[in-house]
Write a protein of this length. Structure first.
Length: 343
């Protein structure tokens, strides 16, 4: 008869305490949720006293502090650690509700950079790929904070949400595209089958025609013999001798017409250049004639931009105006704008 298996809770308390002493404090706190027996052992003061000693925690002189257990003192300590470097910090990143020190915020701009709505819409990112309606619908869903009258968003969160929107659209478009591709493939297959049947029918008709012509030729040869073949060969040779001079004369006439057209075109260009020089738009006497440089005629002024283009280039965008106001308001601190607050 097999003996029942020994579980972890069947071990003596001394053995369990030795095992729990090697467990990290975060995992030791999770052990309290397993069962009542392990919770009782995981709350032992001696275990948490070791972790407090390693973290450099010691009870202060106040009576209330001394009454606190080692587990409570360590819990108060761990919630004050930075989420990046695990060092104590009095600051909390408001948009994410997590402890963060100033050094880690500056060192991880891709995670904690703040941006206004216009900045998100006008700087190159995935958020800019969305339509204006999608951007306006997404902004209220993002966590934001107000600093000196401006609403600031976490840039990394905005980009992540934009990627999810684009991925959702891509999935829907991909399903529709797959259905269209399947329909097109089926139509193409039907057309290929129809074309194949038509081509087979045409080949069969051609084969019958060729066969009938061959039978007729054999019949003629059989009736008239080799005399007919000799007459065909003589007629073909005579036709070639008569055709060769005609073809040569035709080619010569074509070449002469082409040369005449080229010469006429050259004369037309020279006359047009003389007329331009006579009006004073071209180079004056003694100056080199206009020539082409990189596809542009020299001696001609470059086309001016229209007044509307001038106004459009001179007009500032809303984001440029807002950026100037932010620079005037924050100064050099705009580059390192912080979302930290005292916890």
């Amino acid at each position: 008869m097999d003996e029942p298996a020994t579980t972890l809770v069947d071990l003596p308390d001394a053995a369990l305490l030795l095992i729990l002493a090697a467990v990290p404090p975060q995992s030791l706190a999770r052990v309290c949720l397993v069962c009542q027996d392990l919770e009782r052992l995981a709350r032992e003061e001696a275990l948490w006293a070791v972790h407090c000693h390693v973290a450099g925690l010691s009870p202060s002189g106040s009576v209330a502090e001394k009454r606190l257990s080692a587990k409570v003192r360590y819990a108060r300590h761990i919630v004050q650690l930075c989420c990046e470097c695990c060092r104590p910090t009095p600051y909390e990143f408001k948009l994410l509700s997590r402890r963060l020190c100033e050094v880690c915020e500056i060192g991880h701009p891709q995670k904690y950079l703040l941006a206004t709505a216009r900045q998100l819409m006008n700087t190159q990112s995935t958020f800019q790929l969305l339509s204006l309606g999608q951007q306006k619908a997404l902004l209220p869903q993002l966590q934001s904070m107000e600093i000196k009258g401006y609403r600031w968003y976490l840039r990394a969160s905005a980009i992540e949400q934009a990627e999810q929107v684009i991925a959702g659209e891509g999935g829907a478009d991909g399903a529709g595209g797959a259905a269209e591709a399947r329909t097109a493939a089926e139509d193409a297959g039907e057309r290929e089958d129809t074309d194949a049947e038509d081509s087979e029918a045409d080949d069969a008709e051609d084969a019958e025609g060729v066969g009938s012509e061959a039978d007729a030729a054999v019949h003629v040869v059989g009736d008239e013999g080799e005399d007919v073949l000799e007459q065909w060969e003589q007629a073909a040779a005579e036709h070639s001798r008569q055709q060769t001079p005609k073809a040569a004369a035709k080619a010569a006439a074509k070449a002469a017409a082409k040369a005449a057209a080229k010469e006429n075109k050259k004369k037309s260009k020279l006359q047009a250049r003389e007329r331009r020089q006579g009006r004073g738009t071209g180079p004056q006497s003694g100056e080199p004639s206009p020539s082409r440089s990189r596809g542009v005629l020299l001696g001609y002024a470059k086309k001016r931009a229209s007044a509307s283009n001038h106004r459009a280039s001179a007009q500032r965008t809303e984001w440029e105006e807002e950026f100037d106001k932010l620079v005037a308001l924050f100064g050099d601190g705009l580059a390192g704008l912080s979302g930290l607050e005292l916890a």
